[in-house]
Design a protein around this ligand. Structure first.
Ligand SMILES: [Zn+2]
Length: 256
């Protein structure tokens, strides 16, 4: 194989890994955000329980005041009893007392409800606190793992960038530019191996005289697929290898 094609293949193998590393790196912010969101949700749950508890306490105070107010009224009505002159007025006052006592009973029922609710919110607050602690502990470990993975990916990226520089050093600027353009067009794959006289990427048949020239020892010409424009290369299968299917395993085999 031509030296320049080998250099382009090296470059492509680095580029394929670069695409993978960059894709991995792009996912880390989202992963961290997901972890943060879980902690935020647990915190919100706790805050909601606390707010509900506060509201209950407020309501309780209001109902306590209601009970006091109605009790005060009942006392007043009873004080008035001694001054009542007619049966009618007495019955009317009795009715007022009865109404007030009913209101007291209602307010006391509400008070009891609020006390039961308050106990429930106490339990909820405690459960939310435990859940938050658990989530914080789990996400702390997860965040460390994500950050370690991200650091490893960053390191790999730096190494690959170095390797790319070295691989690109043997390729002319013009060819490199050409390669990069095809890479952009084809999501990172600019070269295609010719197999069974066809482009390994798009399957287009390679013209016989082109294939012949590609196989010629000492050939300097570079060929492109007529359909997908990828740079074509051909690896001569070793004599012992079975035809076609194992051509990839002959990559170490070099005659040119
Ligand atoms: Zn093609």
């Amino acid at each position: 194989m031509q030296k320049v094609l080998q250099a382009l293949l090296d470059l492509q193998s680095v580029d394929v890994r670069l695409i993978d590393v960059r894709a991995r790196l792009a996912k880390f912010p989202k992963k961290i955000a997901e972890v943060d969101a879980r902690v935020a949700a647990a915190k919100a749950e706790l805050e909601a329980s606390k707010a509900a508890q506060l509201a209950t306490i407020k309501d309780r105070k209001k109902y306590e005041l209601d009970v006091e107010g109605w009790n005060e009224k009942v006392r007043k009505y009873k004080d008035q009893t001694s001054q009542i002159k007619t049966n009618e007025a007495f019955r009317a006052l009795q009715h007022e007392v009865q109404m007030a006592e009913e209101e007291i009973a209602k307010a006391e029922d509400r008070l009891l409800e609020q006390m039961v609710a308050s106990e429930e919110y106490d339990r909820r607050i405690k459960a939310s606190q435990i859940a938050l602690k658990e989530v914080e502990e789990i996400t702390r470990v997860e965040r460390m793992k994500i950050e370690a993975d991200a650091a490893a990916a960053e390191k790999e990226l730096a190494e690959l960038n170095e390797r790319r520089k070295r691989a690109a050093a043997d390729i002319s600027e013009k060819l490199l530019d050409h390669y990069d353009r095809i890479v952009k067009k084809h999501n990172g794959i600019a070269l295609a191996e010719v197999r069974d006289e066809k482009c390994g990427a798009c399957g287009m048949r390679v013209r016989p005289h082109v294939f012949q020239e590609m196989r010629r020892l000492g050939s300097e010409e570079m060929f492109h697929c007529e359909t997908c424009t990828r740079i074509l290369y051909y690896i001569e299968p070793s004599v012992s290898a079975a035809p076609a299917a194992t051509s990839a395993s002959a990559s170490s085999h070099s005659e040119s």
